[in-house]
Design a protein. Structure first.
Length: 170
């Protein structure tokens, strides 16, 4: 039986060698947040992270993912929807039909990890997902809002980094 590391858990699965990761996630593991859109890696609805890299799971055979590689799906991004990108998506009413949004969110989180304060040009280059409802302007606004929240959280964490000095060293 083959193994995958999905959302922090090592799980067993059985599938033919060429079975896309998407179908293992959805059908065998019950992770239905990752969507099937086009089946040819163009639309991005199937985007998951593999070791932090946004990956189109509809064309990546599950058999090519090693058990040591960490897969994160939309279900694993946060347990309660409190990731800054998810919060921005809700606050700014980004989705219309919502079908593409899990892939959009996964792509946006990878972008913000690599580029904490992206320009419009960087957002446009990274966000290659297709949204049939045309919510691209709201996606860009939500990415910028999430970037601000993440930067603010980082400043607070840095401010709370108290240096402890032993009594004889000061």
């Amino acid at each position: 039986m083959a193994k995958l590391n999905v959302n922090g858990k090592v799980v067993d699965y059985t599938a033919d060698e060429g079975t896309p990761l998407l179908w293992v996630l959805r059908e065998q593991l019950g992770m239905t947040g990752t969507k099937y859109g086009c089946g040819i890696a163009l639309c991005g609805a199937c985007t998951v992270h593999i070791d932090g890299v946004p990956t189109r799971s509809c064309v990546r055979p599950a058999s090519t993912v090693k058990a040591a590689e960490k897969i994160v799906t939309i279900e694993g991004l946060s347990k309660d929807g409190t990731h800054p990108v998810q919060k921005a998506w809700v606050a700014l009413d980004v989705p219309q039909c919502g079908f593409c949004q899990s892939g959009m969110i996964m792509t946006a989180t990878a972008l913000l990890k690599a580029t904490p304060n992206p320009s419009d040009k960087q957002i446009d280059a990274a966000m290659t997902n297709i949204c049939r409802c045309g919510t691209y302007n709201r996606v860009r606004t939500a990415i910028k809002a999430a970037a601000k929240e993440m930067a603010g959280a980082k400043k607070v964490a840095n401010a709370l980094n108290i240096q402890h000095v032993n009594a004889g060293e000061a």
